[in-house]
Design a protein around this ligand. Structure first.
Ligand SMILES: Cc1ncc(COP(=O)(O)O)c(C=O)c1O
Length: 461
């Protein structure tokens, strides 16, 4: 009896063990999958629920936005209001002051799945990566690959540094180029120039550098004792011109090439950039200005080390979440042949430029800059203009304050004096949302047709 019981027990135990080992891997892996994905699914469901909130195409609800009655609410575009952003304010001004690159938002909505990131609660909590650096090597590799696709920069043999936007790298480069000089460096930029070179240099001014204004004034300087650092913006903000350094090499201790807009979106790429210090930003490449990530390619080891120590001292490196997001965006750009973002952005910007030019061409009161068609290394053909900004000029003698002329017509632009030239010029941003751009066209069309030269002629005759 006892023997029979033992045999049956052994048989059942072995059957149970066999079943356990056969079923276990499947069961475990399924269970694990369920367990592992549940937190990600929860995060995804939360993100999707917010994305589904209807803001009538004139606003957006965000996970970290305001909450009313426990639910996130719409943040409306300028000139739109109401709980679903469906109410347009007819008297509202077209605000085209800032360079906020929201024109790319629809691209990212079309690529919602490939560009979304889920960040685990324990994602990269350390101050450093495992190689003790502050840089994701994977992101570095992807950035180099994006430049190779865009054919806009030679990155081989150059060090890469990340900064809190390119804004921080501009300051880091001035620091690195000036710190060991025996007399203070004069920091210059040819006008019209991006205002932050002056405001930032003035803000951080110390015994090593000071802002000295227009580079063109120093171009033929006989003062060979000066140490000059030149910012070169190419293409230029505000006028879109491709630029080279103007200060002679004898007095220049270095040029900082700001290539924020050196992408096929905004300009033909005649040849890949290959300067000693080149600065780029995700803000104008993907449109993610809020991510605050810029990068610099630096040839010289010593300048690179000094820029690195500036970033280490100021920040201990750039947010790991920002780097993770940037990596995802770069991967999305590189999907397929990597051309899609550039083609989309070029088409959109050239379309905007054409519409604006058509309106301005009807007027004798206003003009905008001429941007020549050029051969583009990326498109492998001659291509037309697609600048980030219109540099508008009031042509009438009495219109010395062009910003005020536009303001009276309900258009908010950025005054020429901020770019170190006369206020006869105004910068109009073409980078903002479709709502902002369409309103600009509407207001400008009204201004041009109301204000045509015949009326002006009769009024003054
Ligand atoms: C010429 C130029 N450089 C740098 C920047 C700053 O960009 P970031 O967002 O990377 O700080 C801008 C922003 O508009 C710019 O126009």
């Amino acid at each position: 009896m006892m023997r029979r019981f033992c045999c049956s027990f052994c048989f059942l135990a072995s059957l149970a063990l066999n079943l356990f080992f056969v079923i276990n891997p499947y069961y475990l892996s399924g269970w694990k999958k369920q367990k592992l994905s549940s937190w990600a699914e929860e995060a995804a469901a939360e993100a999707e629920a917010v994305a589904l909130i209807s803001c009538s195409g004139h606003g957006r609800a965000y996970l970290d936005g305001a909450v009313v009655d426990g639910k996130p609410v719409c943040e409306c575009n300028t000139c739109y209001g109401g709980p679903h952003c469906s109410l347009f304010s007819p008297d509202c001004a077209a605000d085209v002051n800032s360079g906020d690159p929201l024109f790319l938002e629809p691209f990212w909505m079309q690529h919602a799945a490939s560009s979304a990131v889920v960040i685990a609660g324990w994602h990269r909590m350390s101050y450093t990566f495992s190689d003790h650096s502050y840089i994701s090597r994977e992101l570095e590799n992807h950035i180099r690959r994006v430049h190779a696709v865009a054919r806009n920069a030679i990155t081989k043999g150059k060090h890469l540094i990340f900064g809190g936007g390119s804004t921080q790298l501009l300051a880091a480069a001035v620091y690195a180029l000036s710190i060991n000089l025996s007399s203070p460096a004069e920091v210059v930029a040819a006008v019209p120039c991006y205002p932050d070179y002056k405001t930032q240099t003035d803000f951080f001014e110390n015994m090593h550098f000071e802002y000295d204004g227009d580079a063109l004034l120093l171009k033929n300087s006989s003062d060979t004792t000066a140490n000059v650092i030149e910012f070169v913006t190419s293409p230029n903000n505000p006028d879109g011109n491709l630029r080279e350094a103007v200060v002679s090499q004898g007095v220049s201790v270095g040029a900082i090439y700001d290539h924020a807009y050196y992408w096929p979106h905004y300009t033909a790429i005649p040849a890949p950039a290959n300067e000693d210090v080149m600065i780029f930003t995700i803000s104008k490449l993907t449109g993610h200005a809020g991510t605050r990530l810029g990068w610099a390619f630096v040839k010289d080891e010593d300048v690179y080390q000094k820029m690195l120590s500036y970033i280490a001292e100021a920040e201990q490196g750039i947010s790991r979440e920002a780097q993770l997001r940037a990596l995802k965006l770069m991967k999305t750009i590189l999907n397929g042949d990597g051309m899609e973002l550039f083609e989309y952005a070029y088409k959109k910007m050239s379309d905007r430029w054409r519409k604006l030019s058509d309106i301005v061409s009807l007027s004798k009161r206003f003009s905008i800059q001429e941007v020549p068609s050029l051969f583009c290394n990326f498109f492998e053909k001659v291509r037309g203009p697609s600048p980030a900004y219109a540099w508008l000029k009031c042509e009438r003698n009495e219109d010395t304050n062009c910003t005020a002329v536009l303001r009276a017509a309900n258009i908010i632009g950025r005054a020429g004096s901020l770019f170190n030239v006369e206020d006869r010029y105004v910068r109009l941003s073409l980078l903002k949302s479709d709502d902002d751009f369409n309103l600009l066209l509407l207001r400008l069309d009204k201004l041009v047709t109301q204000d045509d030269d015949r009326k002006h002629y009769f009024k003054n005759s």
